[in-house]
Design a protein. Sequence first.
Length: 185
Amino acid sequence: MPEFRHETDRLILRDWREEDWPLFWEGTNTPAVMRWLGGVCDADKRRAAQDRLLSYKRDHGHTFWAVECRQDGAILGFCGLKRCNQQGGPIGMMEIGWRLREDAWGQGYAKEAAAASLDIAFEEFHADAVIALTVMRNEASWGLMRRLGMHRREDLDFPNAEFDPDDPTIIVYSIARDAWRADHG
């Protein structure tokens, strides 16, 4: 499978390299970043997550790619596409996701990477729609979903206590290809 690389004004979305992983985990495996993502990961969880990300690329041709800053080459986190595999969720639907280190928050990087990923989903992978998952109390995440033009799909919400035991529901947002193209044509 050819190497994936996509550049935006400030970012490079690309396939993972072995040397990316320590930098990724150092920047993103923090209590603040992992607050709504199941908590800080131990070595076994980190290895399992890496294996999953690599398997998505192998099995579907896309994954949550490494996000690199074009200016200095820093690994800011990940953003990209996978097939939803969350138990109880809309299995198999194209899903967008992102995770950036704290010092990259509030600078528009997540929106830039997510918009590029949505373009790729619709143009290269011909998705009819793309979903995004989060928990209700993760306002920053669903706020970005709204800024991307995604809409809440309560009909796709599902119970899951893994990420927020106090409010054990995964909420779903989505955007259809035609809606994305109308706004980003």
